[in-house]
Write a protein that binds this ligand. Structure first.
Ligand code: SF4
Length: 439
C-alpha cells in the first residue's frame, strides 16, 4: 500500500501519494455538516446486488466458502458475476445478528471491494478523484458518525483496488457539445453550495430556487457566456433567489407533468432482484415491469407492487391527500437532510460527468432537481402507506434511501427515455411545478 499525506488546500482536503504514481489525487467530500460511520444496520447487505471483480472472486475461492456453506456463493446473470442472494434478496453472508460472515471470519479488507467501499462513491474528473457519498446508507441519512475527512486514508486504500477510479476518464462538459472551461464547474458548485446552505431560505423556496436556476441555465446560450461571464451569470441567478420566485407564481402541476413524475418515481424505485429475474425469465420480468410502470404512471386506484412492497396497501388518492413536506411538523429536519443530500451530490461530483452517466452539468442538475421531487413524492406515498396525512422525517429518510440507491448506477436512469423526460419537464415550468407540488 502506498503511504499518503493529507494536505489542506483551498479549505478542502486533498490526498496525494508520496510515491511515484499516476493516480489522481483524492478530494474528500467538502460538506463539513455531513458525517458517517458504519453502524452495522445491515441494510446495504439486504438491499444491494453486489457485483464482483476478479480479485473478489479469487478471495472468495481462497476462503473456501462453497465447502463451508455447502452451496455456491456467487451467481451469474447476463454475463456478470454477483454475490448470491437468499430468497428474500439478502446477501448469503449476512448473519442473523446483522453482521457479515466474511468480515467476521477474515476481516473488513477481505470482503468484496464494493462492500468495503459503500457508501463512498469515487468519481474521477480530469484532474482529481472526488469522494461522494450515497444516501442509500442509513448512517449517512441520519448523519451519524465521524467527520468524513477521518475516512480519507481508508478510502485511498480501497481506491487502489479499483484503479479506474483514479484515472481521468471524463472530460468535463457544461452542456451538450459544450466542454467546460477551467473553473466553470467549480464556480457552479460554489454558487449552488452557497445557495443550498442558506438558512434564511425556506425549504420550498430552496428547492424551487434550485429548479428555477437549473431551468434558466438550460435555456441560456452558454456558448456565448464563458469563463468570467459564466461566473457572473450564475452568481446573478443565485443572487436573485429567493426574491425572484415571488414574481413568478406558478399554477399547480399539469396532470401530464404529474403522470411523468410518477413514471420517474417508478423508474427509481424499480428493484429487480437477480434471483427473481433468473427464475421468471427475461420476457416475463420485462412485461411485469411494463404493466406495473403503466399502472403507476396512470396513478389511479391501488398502487401496484414496487420496491419489495414498500407501498403495499396504499392507493393513489391517499397519497394525494398527504400534505407537502413544507407543511410537515418535521419540516426543519427534512430541510437539513435534503440540503445535505443536494450539497453532497453536487460537491461529490455525483450530479454529472463520471458520477452521473457522463452527462453534462446542466442536464445532471436537472436530474438532481427531478430526484428531489421524486424523493418528496415517495415520502408522501410512504406516509400514506403508513396511515398518515403528513410526511415525517423517517418517511423522507426512507424515500431518499430508495431514490439515491440507483442514482448513477442503473442504466435506465441514464437512457434516452430519461433524457426525454427531462426535456419534457423543461416545458411549462415543469421542474418547478412538480417541486412545489410535493415539497
Ligand atoms: S447501510 Fe450504512 S450503516 Fe448500515 S450496514 Fe450498510 S454501510 Fe453500515
Amino acid at each position: 500500500m502506498l503511504a499518503c499525506d493529507a494536505q489542506r488546500r483551498d479549505g478542502r482536503t486533498l490526498l496525494h501519494s508520496n510515491a511515484v504514481s499516476i493516480a489522481l489525487p483524492i478530494l474528500m467530500l467538502p460538506v463539513p455538516t455531513q458525517r458517517y460511520s458504519c453502524h452495522g444496520c445491515g441494510n446495504c447487505c439486504r438491499d444491494f446486488t453486489v457485483q464482483l471483480r476478479d480479485a473478489d472472486l479469487a478471495k472468495l475461492r481462497e476462503q473456501k466458502w462453497e465447502d463451508k456453506l455447502g452451496m455456491p456463493v456467487t451467481t451469474e446473470f447476463r454475463g456478470t458475476t454477483y454475490l448470491r442472494q437468499r430468497e428474500d434478496g439478502a446477501c448469503v453472508f449476512l448473519m442473523d445478528d446483522g453482521l457479515c460472515r466474511i468480515h467476521k471470519e477474515y476481516g473488513f479488507e477481505e470482503k468484496p471491494i464494493a462492500c468495503q467501499m459503500f457508501p463512498f462513491v469515487l468519481v474521477p474528473d480530469d484532474v482529481r478523484t472526488h469522494v461522494g457519498i450515497s444516501f442509500a446508507c442509513q448512517s449517512v441519512r441520519e448523519n451519524k458518525g465521524s467527520e468524513l475527512r477521518t475516512h480519507l486514508r481508508e478510502v485511498d486504500r480501497m481506491s487502489r483496488a479499483v484503479p479506474e477510479t483514479r484515472v481521468a476518464t471524463y472530460s468535463a462538459m457544461l452542456a451538450d457539445s459544450l466542454s467546460a472551461k477551467e473553473q466553470e464547474l467549480d464556480t457552479l458548485k460554489q454558487v449552488l453550495d452557497h445557495f443550498l446552505a442558506r438558512e434564511d431560505v425556506v425549504l420550498r423556496d430552496r428547492f424551487d430556487g434550485l429548479a428555477w436556476l437549473v431551468a434558466n441555465l438550460g435555456r441560456a446560450k452558454l456558448a456565448e457566456v464563458r469563463s468570467t461571464r459564466f461566473r457572473e451569470l450564475v452568481t446573478l441567478l443565485a443572487s436573485a433567489l429567493p426574491g425572484e420566485l415571488e414574481h413568478l407564481p406558478l399554477e399547480p402541476a399539469l396532470p401530464k407533468q404529474m403522470r411523468l413524475l410518477r413514471q420517474a418515481v417508478y423508474a427509481r424505485l424499480e428493484d429487480v432482484q437477480v434471483n427473481s429475474a433468473k427464475s421468471k425469465g427475461r420476457l416475463k420480468t420485462v412485461l411485469t415491469q411494463l404493466f406495473a410502470s403503466r399502472a403507476f404512471t396512470r396513478g389511479k386506484g391501488r398502487v401496484p407492487p414496487v420496491a419489495r412492497g414498500i407501498l403495499e396497501g396504499c392507493d393513489f388518492a391517499a397519497i394525494s391527500a398527504v400534505s407537502t413536506l413544507s407543511e410537515s411538523p418535521d419540516r426543519d429536519a427534512i430541510d437539513q437532510l435534503l440540503s445535505r443530500y443536494a450539497r453532497a451530490t453536487i460537491q461529490g461530483n455525483r450530479a454529472w460527468g463520471a458520477g452521473y452517466y457522463g452527462w453534462p452539468a446542466v442536464r445532471g442538475l436537472q436530474a438532481l432537481a427531478l430526484n428531489l421531487a421524486c424523493t418528496a413524492w415517495t415520502a408522501r406515498a410512504l406516509a400514506a402507506a403508513r396511515g398518515r396525512t403528513h410526511a415525517s422525517l423517517d418517511d423522507v429518510r426512507d424515500a431518499l434511501g430508495r431514490i439515491d440507491r440507483h442514482a448513477g448506477r442503473a442504466p435506465w436512469l441514464g437512457s434516452v427515455g430519461e433524457r426525454m423526460r427531462l426535456e419534457f419537464f423543461r416545458l411549462d415550468d415543469g421542474l418547478r411545478r412538480i417541486t412545489r407540488e410535493s415539497i
